[in-house]
Design a protein around this ligand. Structure first.
Ligand SMILES: NC(=O)C[C@H](N)C(=O)O
Length: 325
């Protein structure tokens, strides 16, 4: 029998609807373990570590979860870990863990779109599936996984795409890597390349700014201060910005702030294709780091982890730039 540690951190999976129809946190994580079908087949131990709506989750909280999992691996010798988490920032915590944990045992993050007492609540189903995936031998060596709505996604590429639909978690461009059936986790894709940065602290001052038509330098100027450690820009299309932003972006570069460029598009990767003012070719020449395959919030987590690992210059650029190969 495998031993799986479930770490509860809060989110809708731990919430319920009140008489007025509002979804509210409970005093404690209310997941009814006795209802989880796999009880009896798996030795499930639980840790009610946090009870936070996921918009309250910070990189410091993510680091604490990482440290808790390290203890489970090194001292408790568990066979797998499941983390329940609010879905709003689930992809960020999952990717933080993917970048900072050794790839030794399955670590699976899950949540719910409907709270525990709502009709059609998906919490227990997702929790059961996540336990099943964490206890499956084929789940070893795949990095941190996200299990929602009968699908298995990599933490690196999955993103929340719908405000309320239970099929909200999608992996644009690359697709999920497996499915969960009644009794099995089945994989049809391999994870490519894993990287680990064993950090013991997290830096502050890493920002994310989205480009838009007619944008000027105001937002970039606003973060041009001593507390800024890094910036991710969600550029337009293949990775371009309006020309009026360029002087302010250049000031940040002159102040040695690493700037990462991704695309605000849902699919595809940022590339240096266009050679006009503000185009990707110019941005690359200015020193922006083009990051392939990650969305803005994931690229921010990667930049934050790289900086927290004391990476700088070419080392930081190579850590952040390529998530694909
Ligand atoms: N479905 C959810 O979990 C959303 C909730 N607002 C959270 O992230 O905590």
């Amino acid at each position: 029998m495998k031993t799986i540690l479930a770490i509860h951190t809060g989110g809708t999976i731990s919430m319920s609807q009140n008489d007025k129809g509002e979804v509210v946190p409970n005093d404690e994580n209310p997941i009814a373990e006795e209802q989880v079908i796999l009880k009896g087949q798996i030795n499930l131990i639980t840790d009610e570590m946090f009870n936070l709506p996921s918009p309250h989750v910070t990189p410091e909280v993510m680091l604490k979860i990482k440290q808790r999992i390290m203890r489970a691996i090194d001292e408790e010798h568990v066979d797998g870990v499941v983390i329940t988490h609010g879905t709003d920032t689930l992809e960020e915590t999952a990717y933080f863990l993917d970048l900072t944990l050794p790839n030794t045992i399955p670590v699976v993050v899950t949540g719910a779109m409907r709270s525990s007492n709502e009709i059609g609540s998906d919490g227990l189903h997702n929790f059961r599936n996540a336990i099943l995936v964490a206890a499956t031998d084929e789940s070893y060596g795949k990095g941190v996984l996200v299990v929602m709505n009968d699908e298995i996604h990599t933490a690196r590429f999955v993103t929340k795409t719908h405000t309320t639909n239970v099929a909200t978690f999608r992996t644009p461009t690359f697709g999920p890597i497996g499915i969960v059936t009644q009794s099995k986790a089945k994989y049809f894709q391999e994870l490519i390349k894993t990287e680990v940065a064993d950090i013991d602290h997290v830096v502050d001052g890493v920002y994310l700014i989205k480009a838009y038509a007619g944008m000027n330098g105001d937002l970039f100027n606003a973060i041009n201060h001593s507390g800024t450690k890094g910036l991710v820009i969600e550029g337009l299309g293949a990775g371009n910005v309006p020309p009026q932003t360029l002087p302010a972006i250049q000031h940040l570069i002159d102040n040695n702030i690493p700037i990462v460029l991704v695309s605000r598009c849902y699919n595809g990767v940022a590339q240096d294709i266009y050679d006009y003012e503000g185009g990707g070719i110019q941005l690359k020449k200015m020193g922006l780091i083009l990051c392939q395959g990650l969305n803005g919030q994931k690229a921010r987590i990667k930049l934050l982890v790289g900086l927290s690992d004391n990476k700088a210059g070419a080392d930081l650029a190579s850590f952040v730039s390529n998530a694909i190969s």
